[in-house]
Design a protein around this ligand. Structure first.
Ligand code: SF4
Ligand code: SF4
Length: 165
């Protein structure tokens, strides 16, 4: 092959390659964009309900929760993220009862494995998806999940229908 033929062959190969690349660029220019600008999009941002961001203990309008302070979640946590403090009290009927004093959870240690939630027999804890939890001090990541003055929700006694009805 003469040097002139080689020159033009190389030139056309280069142009064809360039056109191939430019066609991809041109196509992408008109494709719907999925990348979002955060935090500018904060008002419209949708985080999946299944996203595990923060462990919480739901309380009802009477400031009551469902945690019996059994410690199962603490035992199942693989890395000591949960620390439960409880105390024994005597009920009006004179029975001893364990109640929750403090439910401590360290967001900085948590691996978000969800073992604590799925092993809780009372459905007392769950993960929410509020993900903006950045702080400047690690100690601020340790949270108390039971609210001030809260107590265990009493289970409603089921009313049994008299036999024969
Ligand atoms: S959150 Fe559930 S598993 Fe953990 S101590 Fe309370 S009741 Fe027990
Ligand atoms: S999600 Fe896993 S690591 Fe985090 S507190 Fe629960 S059991 Fe522990």
């Amino acid at each position: 092959m003469s040097s002139i033929t080689e020159y033009f062959s190389g030139l056309f190969t280069g142009i064809r390659s360039l056109m191939g690349g430019m066609s991809v660029t041109w196509k992408e220019l008109w494709t719907k964009k999925v990348t979002q600008q955060y935090p500018e999009n904060r008002d419209t941002l949708v985080i999946s309900d299944r996203f595990r961001a923060e462990l919480v203990m739901p309380h009802d309008e009477n400031n009551e929760h469902a945690c019996t302070s059994c410690g199962i979640c603490q035992l199942n946590c693989p890395n000591g993220t949960i620390n439960i403090t409880s105390e024994m009290i005597e009920t009006a009927e004179g029975k001893k009862k364990k109640i929750l004093s403090k439910y401590s959870w360290d967001l900085g240690m948590c691996t978000f494995c969800n073992l604590c939630v799925i092993t809780c027999p009372s459905d007392a804890i769950k993960f929410n998806n509020t993900f903006e939890n950045a702080v400047f001090t690690r100690s601020k990541l340790i949270q108390t999940l039971n609210k001030e003055g809260s107590k265990l929700r009493e289970k409603k006694k089921e009313t049994l229908a008299p036999k024969g009805e």
